[in-house]
Design a protein around this ligand. Structure first.
Ligand SMILES: [Cu+2]
Length: 183
């Protein structure tokens, strides 16, 4: 029984990140400002492929996507991407580190910079996910995640449902004339 339970929890721990794409609001309610602590914020979030980052900021700021060395040096002159306008959504499309900073003078060096590490979604690489999850699973997940997803199969139904619906309709269409004949 204990093994089954462990097995189920393991499956849930692996499946959960891929099932729910998360939108991370950078800085939470404080948004993207030059007073934020984005090292702490990044450490308190888990980023996965498929998730999005939402930067909310005033007109004195912007969002640049940088290489690691430019991030380290707060050099925004070679930005990979530059965003302005007060609201920027970044899609996390591939695993690995990503680096952001505000291009306004002095903001990056005063801490308006963000480095994240994007984990693979479990559908792509099941083998790598278990190695990262155990650190968080033992104490917190068994009680908190189990109620929301009691049946492991349920998490797959999101994609299965449409196929099932099509099949059901197909069967009904085939059966309908038979019923008509029988009646
Ligand atoms: Cu700024």
């Amino acid at each position: 029984m204990a093994m089954v339970k462990f097995y189920l929890i393991s499956i849930l721990a692996i499946a959960a990140p891929s099932v729910y794409a998360v939108q991370h609001i950078v800085g939470d309610s404080n948004g993207w400002t030059n007073f934020g602590d984005y090292t702490t914020w990044a450490a308190s979030n888990t980023f996965n492929v498929g998730d999005t980052l939402l930067f909310s900021y005033s007109s004195s700021h912007g969002v640049d996507v940088l290489s690691k060395s430019d991030y380290d040096n707060c050099d925004t002159s070679n930005a990979i991407q530059s965003h302005t306008g007060g609201s920027t959504t970044i899609q996390l499309t591939q695993p690995g580190p990503m680096y952001f900073a505000c291009p306004s003078f002095g903001h990056c060096s005063s801490g308006m910079k963000l480095a994240i590490n994007v984990g693979s979604s479990s559908s792509a690489t099941p083998s790598t996910t278990p190695s990262t999850t155990p650190s968080t699973t033992p104490s917190t997940t068994p009680t908190s995640t189990t109620p929301s997803t009691t049946t492991p199969s349920k998490s797959n139904n999101g994609q299965g449902n449409s196929a099932n619906t099509v099949m059901t309709i197909g069967i009904l269409l085939i059966m309908a004339p038979l019923f008509a004949v029988m009646c």
